[in-house]
Design a protein. Structure first.
Ligand SMILES: Cc1ncc(COP(=O)(O)O)c(C=O)c1O
Length: 447
């Protein structure tokens, strides 16, 4: 009988992050300079990122050593347990084994701290005084605020307006750790003011908040920009999740048949799954499933094309599955999944057929969240609940498989979402094809 709970000792926290770029069957299409259309150079990124992170972004090395200071800080909550959801399995009457890698145990309550600590560490080393960022649900903003507190940097967060109002306690968390938080779009930036003038009632979006944070960093010499997902170096830092999981499965005498994660920009999903890509290349039957909201279905309904990462067209062009940079998703409660694009690495692997994507409407996602909470006890974040929905549906096939999902965060600050679900007030949105066609008309032309 495989164990219900697999712990690792702290000396088994990985000593290096895994870089999947070294093992891709085809190279990743490079990011392009939006002005020249030429592949981006390190100098193009220097105004907004520190050198060390630019090097990681472009590195082809298979392993990148984790600095000892960062590894020490990981000890606050890592290694995280791999837990077998036996009570959920029983309720489903499935003969599949369902495991979840519990990333909700970090101080900020999600996987995001795996990269915020690393990013702030490198910025600090290069003398940066302040970091500007965006946040959707507030998980990333709070993780960055904590990391900035640890390393003594100032932290400015542009929080998507709909989440700013839906999740006031995530704001409080950022304040506790000394961060300043503004609802986005705000009147602090040119990009924010332009959007407010045209759409004063916009709920905001990650694309808009990214524009504001990038502009803030570009306009201030002491400030750099940080992103909580999408970029290669962010997914790299998150691979501690999958590396620990591999070791834990080995200790449990298990081999994963199915890997599942929710996808906003792709960082928790990539963190779990990328270390398994070499296995997938040898064992094509390994299923790797990316789960997204049907209200923001980049992987399932978007096109694979070069697009801007933000709304105001300030970022480089990256090749990804996109719904168009002008797309503003409905204000669903999984704020961290309201992104028009995807990590280029995840998009590339999807295009190559190594990853499969699924989309679910939010009511069925919350139904799964309640089933999980009623059996396993933990109350998941709405984002995480997408992975749970998929894992439950997969387990219902009853084919004896070993299913492993990333439990990316807890939902303790998402009670208004649970209240809305329980009182029948949660709306489902299907993204209309006409809206995709309209947004895709604005894609940049790349020769
Ligand atoms: C708990 C949780 N899970 C998942 C996500 C989605 O982000 P990513 O796709 O980068 O993991 C977020 C983003 O805010 C989050 O807060």
């Amino acid at each position: 009988m495989p164990p219900e709970y697999v712990h690792l000792p702290q000396d088994e926290i990985p000593s290096a992050w895994y870089n999947v770029l070294a093992d891709l069957p085809e190279p990743l299409p490079p990011p392009l300079h939006p002005g020249t259309g030429k592949p981006l150079t390190p100098d193009d990124l220097a105004p907004i990122f520190p050198r060390a992170l630019i090097e990681q972004e472009m590195s082809g090395d298979r392993w990148v050593a984790i600095p000892s200071e960062v590894r020490e800080l990981y000890k606050i909550w890592r290694p995280t347990p791999l837990v077998r959801a036996v009570r959920l399995e029983k309720a489903l009457k499935t003969n599949c084994r369902i495991y979840f890698k519990n990333e909700s145990l970090s101080p900020s309550g999600s996987h995001k701290l795996n990269t915020s600590l690393a990013q702030v560490y490198y910025n600090k080393k290069e003398g940066v005084a302040r970091l500007a960022t965006e946040t959707g649900a507030g998980q990333w903003g709070s993780s960055l605020a904590f990391a900035c507190k640890v390393f003594g940097l100032q932290c400015t967060v542009y929080m998507v307006k709909s989440s700013y109002h839906q999740k006031p306690y995530r704001r409080s968390l950022m304040h506790i750790w000394g961060g300043e938080v503004f609802p986005s779009p705000s009147d602090r930036t040119q990009s924010g003011r332009a959007i407010l003038a045209e759409h004063p009632d916009t709920p905001g979006s990650l694309g808009i908040a990214i524009s504001e944070a990038v502009e803030d960093a570009a306009m201030h010499a002491d400030t750099k920009y940080t992103l909580g997902s999408v970029l290669n170096h962010v997914l790299l830092h998150q691979t501690v999740i999958g590396l620990e999981t591999k070791r834990q499965l080995q200790l449990a005498g298990e081999t994963a048949d199915v890997l599942i994660g929710c996808v906003g920009g792709g960082s928790n999903f990539g963190g779990l799954c990328l270390p398994f890509i070499p296995d997938k290349l040898k064992r094509p039957e390994l299923e790797i499933i990316a789960v997204e909201p049907s209200a923001c279905p980049s992987l399932t309904k978007g096109v694979y094309a070069y697009d801007f990462g933000d709304t105001a067209k300030l970022t480089p062009l990256v090749k990804m599955y996109t719904l168009g940079h002008s797309f503003v998703p409905p204000g669903i409660h999984a704020g961290g999944l309201r992104y028009h694009g995807t990590a280029p690495i995840i998009a590339h692997l999807t295009k190559l057929g190594l990853i499969r994507a699924e989309a679910y409407p939010q009511n069925s996602v919350f139904e799964a969240a309640l089933q999980f909470a009623s059996t396993e006890g933990f109350v998941p974040a709405p984002e995480t609940s997408h992975a749970i929905r998929s894992a439950i549906d997969r387990a219902k096939r009853n084919d004896g498989k070993c299913i492993v999902m990333c439990y990316s965060g807890h939902g303790h600050f998402d009670m208004s979402a649970y209240d809305a679900y329980l009182s029948g007030k949660l709306e489902d949105y299907e993204h209309p094809d006409a809206a995709i066609d309209e947004a895709l008309r604005h894609l940049p032309v790349v020769r």
